[in-house]
Design a protein around this ligand. Structure first.
Ligand code: HEM
Length: 155
């Protein structure tokens, strides 16, 4: 799906790092393949049956910080979605996860995390150019990105 939008494997790993912030509804994931300590905590918070209205932080270690903790959470299987956990199931994407997590040294220094901020910025700009509508004939151009435009009052 990323390829269909002109994004490559690296963009996919880089952009997934956005899951270092924000929350998820309890019904958006299964705890089956999550590391058991976190999994049990999530089961407690979400309830059984799952309360669909309850939300949990995506990055339980630093929920509000835009940092590389997400990649460390993948390594310890402390991530919510299959799309997160799956990034270490191929050797090529795992290399990137380990790099951004800061597990690779270059000249004795941890430099992956700093590179992630650069790469994330670039990939966000790249994503921002995908399918940009410039004419209302191409579809609705939202005035506020998170909402469909209000319909004109018919009365
Ligand atoms: C790999 C494909 C992706 C999948 C399958 C995915 C899936 C999800 C899911 C299921 C949620 C929780 C939604 C909810 O329960 O409310 C979520 C939240 C979020 N996603 Fe993704 N996502 C993907 C890629 C991305 C990308 C590329 C970005 C941005 C660069 C992103 C940024 C976010 C953010 C910021 C949240 C938190 C939203 C909030 O706090 O309300 N995700 N994602």
């Amino acid at each position: 799906m990323f390829a269909a939008k002109g994004l490559d494997e690296k963009d996919m790993v880089v952009l997934s790092g956005a899951h270092t912030i924000g929350r998820s509804g309890c019904s958006s994931f299964s705890t089956a393949s999550i590391e058991p300590v976190l999994g049990n905590q999530l089961n407690q918070t979400c309830g059984m049956p799952v309360n669909a209205a309850t939300t949990v932080p995506q990055d339980f270690k630093s929920p509000d910080a835009l940092d590389v903790q997400y990649y460390r959470n993948i390594q310890s299987r402390d991530v919510l979605f299959n799309s997160d956990a799956t990034l270490v199931t191929s050797a090529r994407t795992k290399r990137l996860v380990d790099f951004y997590a800061g597990n690779r040294l270059l000249f004795g220094a941890l430099f992956g995390p700093a590179v992630w901020y650069q790469d994330f910025g670039k990939a966000m700009v790249k994503m921002g150019y995908i399918g940009v509508k410039t004419d209302p004939k191409e579809g609705e151009i939202r005035k506020k990105c998170g909402y469909v435009n209000p319909k004109p009052n018919p009365y």
